[in-house]
Design a protein around this ligand. Structure first.
Ligand SMILES: Nc1ncnc2c1ncn2[C@@H]1O[C@H](COP(=O)(O)OP(=O)(O)OP(=O)(O)O)[C@@H](O)[C@H]1O
Length: 606
């Protein structure tokens, strides 16, 4: 009932006039067949009586009018139903993604169960209008049924009772089938996700290189087909079961009608009922059966749609993945620094520990660097700083205030970041930068300043439409595709610079996080970017992660993450002197630049 109420409220919020129109049409459609049958009986009985038949003009006109409205009503219903669908779908989709926006962390997006639920919830955004449709179908069926049952009962009460009793197993069976179908949709979730994954890989331009070079297409297609076969097998089983059950029920209902018809004809032959009664009987039996079938179908599809709508409601009412503080504290501007106090973290209870008691103070106004082997947990630490997850144990304190005590949006407003796995948006170059701060949309001066900082301004101005050039060819219309230079693909390093420009839009923020900001850049560009970053980080609070140790050596503080803890801490000279992991890695990297007998040395190293 809760889901039914939820669906009804949603439809009412989305399209009140369309809903009222649809309901009115439903009532009309329900009453018309009964009215038609009675009018026809009246006309036939009058005709069968002694003539002349001057009093037939009005019933005939009413019959014609009822016939006309009967003919128009389904079209009106279809139009109103489709319009209702459209409006409800838009409204429901908007509500769904507003709810998804509430999940401020990342864990839900990494949870397959959540993905299955979201996929079904997206698919059921038209469910509310279908539920209304099905409930209307129930109402319409019930009204028609009552009308015809009343009419049939006047002719044969026992036959009416038999028809009604025969409907009970039909209803039970249909409800069970509906429940099975809804359950199957849920069970097939992982299969459908795999299938989607393979089909995306086969058409994704970013995957196309490897798929072609390694000859993966046939392999992926085979796996995709295998998943589809698994789903088809399960669906086919259910379809077969539905077919046999429904065939059996149809035979039952057809036999009943035939028996009734034989009985009515014999009665008329004996002169015990009129011709009009026979016509009424035939119309009523057909009407009752159609109405009963419709009613049972509507009840079962209401059940199915309500089960599916449950996924939508679950997403809508799911708790946020990050608990929000009951009495949030204001986040002060960072004065002293951010402290990680005995931070332990693992992605879930089933995952191993990534951080095992990290203690680190990131001082305000200073540059800190974080280094360590692949998989040491550097990016994880960054994600904790942005509060994409909460520490499993321990706390992160912003000038002594626990990050869990402040509104997460406020925290993120204070940060600027370039992530290791930054996004390439299929937008224009200008919008690709502006997403770093939506306040900069259309502010060409700000965008250009950020692009200059990232050293990408020249590249962007040289594009066919400058900053307005679309950085994709995926969304161009047929005519746009013909234009030379419409939709340009950037190189990896150029994308990296755009990601940097995005972060540079936020230089006024309290903390700047740079996770491998120069990974895709050529040597000159890397040198240039780090030069700029050095200037930018001077006097600002920043955290730089880089495997290029030459780039982190200027940091005021370098932390080495190893085995889930900060194993070494100090500036470049101190860490080199300590002769630990940092010294080993630095020396190893530096040796790569020192060709034997070459005059080239890593800057500052002798
Ligand atoms: N979303 C996730 N779910 C589960 N495990 C994860 C997730 N992200 C990372 N990990 C695991 O956490 C560990 C630390 O990963 P992280 O990305 O933080 O390392 P890193 O130090 O940044 O590595 P790299 O230098 O290669 O970028 C790895 O073992 C990784 O497999």
């Amino acid at each position: 009932m809760g889901r039914l109420g939820g669906a009804a409220r949603l439809v009412w919020r989305a399209a009140p006039p369309q809903l009222l129109g649809y309901l009115a049409n439903t009532v009309l459609a329900a009453g018309l067949p009964v009215l038609l049958a009675w009018l026809l009986k009246g006309v036939l009985d009058t005709l069968a009586g002694p003539g002349p038949h001057h009093d037939l003009a009005w019933p005939a006109a009413a019959l014609a009018l009822a016939g006309l409205v009967t003919a128009l009503s389904p079209h009106a219903g279809e139009y109103l139903g489709t319009e209702l669908d459209r409006r409800v779908s838009l409204h429901a989709q908007n509500e769904l993604f507003t709810a998804v926006e509430r999940f401020s962390g990342l864990s839900r997006f990494e949870d397959p169960v959540f993905h299955d639920r979201l996929r079904l919830a997206q698919r059921t955004t038209t469910s509310p209008s279908r539920i209304v449709d099905a409930v209307c179908g129930v109402g319409r069926g019930a009204l028609t049924l009552i009308g015809f049952l009343g009419s049939l009962a006047l002719i044969s009460l026992p036959f009416t009772a038999v028809l009604l009793v025969a409907a009970v197993p039909m209803l039970v069976v249909e409800l069970r089938l509906a429940r099975r179908r809804a359950a199957l949709q849920w069970t097939l979730g992982p299969t459908e996700r795999w299938e989607q994954f393979y089909s995306d890989l086969l058409s994704n331009p970013y995957a196309a290189k490897e798929v072609r070079l390694f000859g993966l297409a046939g392999f992926l297609r085979g796996r995709m087909n295998a998943e589809q076969r698994i789903a088809n097998r399960a669906l086919r089983q259910l379809d077969r079961r539905e077919f046999w059950v429904r065939a059996l029920l149809s035979v039952l209902s057809a036999s009943l009608s035939a028996a009734g018809l034989v009985w009515a004809i014999r009665m008329a032959g004996r002169g015990q009922v009129t011709v009009g009664d026979v016509s009424m009987f035939v119309a009523a039996v057909a009407g009752v059966q159609v109405a009963l079938n419709g009613l049972v179908g509507s009840i079962s599809s209401t059940g199915y749609e309500l089960s599916m709508f449950g996924h939508y409601m679950e997403v809508l009412h799911a708790e946020s993945d990050l608990p929000s503080p009951e009495r949030p504290l204001a986040l002060p501007p960072l004065r002293h620094g951010i402290e990680l106090r005995d931070v332990w973290f693992r992605y879930s209870d089933q995952h191993p520990w990534v951080l095992r008691g990290v203690n680190l103070f990131i001082p305000s106004g200073r540059s800190t660097a974080l280094v360590g082997h692949n998989g040491a947990g550097k990016s994880t630490l960054v994600k904790l700083l942005c509060r994409f997850y909460d520490p499993t144990r321990g706390a992160i304190l912003w000038d002594g205030v626990d990050l869990r005590e402040v509104p997460v949006d406020e925290l993120r407003e204070r940060m600027s970041a370039v992530f290791q796995d930054f996004m390439n948006y299929d937008f224009s170059a200008a919008d690709n930068i502006a997403v770093g701060d939506l306040g900069a949309v259309g502010d060409q001066e700000r965008l250009e300043t950020a692009a200059r900082w990232a050293g990408v301004h020249g590249t962007l101005t040289a594009l066919p439409a400058g900053y307005a050039t679309l950085l994709t060819r995926m969304f161009l219309s047929e005519s746009e595709r013909q234009e030379p230079g419409a939709g340009v693909m950037l190189s990896g390093g150029q994308w990296q610079r755009l990601a940097l420009a995005r972060a540079f839009l936020r230089t006024d923020r309290d903390v700047m996080i740079l996770d491998e900001p120069s990974a895709g850049l050529d040597a000159e560009a890397e040198h240039d970017v780090h030069d700029r970053l050095r200037k930018l980080r001077d006097g600002a609070t920043s955290l730089l992660i880089s495997h290029r140790l030459g780039a982190v050596r200027d940091a005021d503080l370098i932390a080495v993450l190893s085995d889930g803890v900060v194993a070494e801490l100090g500036d470049h000279a101190e860490l080199l002197g300590a002769g630990g992991l940092y010294a080993r890695l630095f020396t190893l990297q530096a040796s790569g630049y020192q060709a034997e007998g070459s005059a080239f040395q890593v800057q500052g190293e002798t």
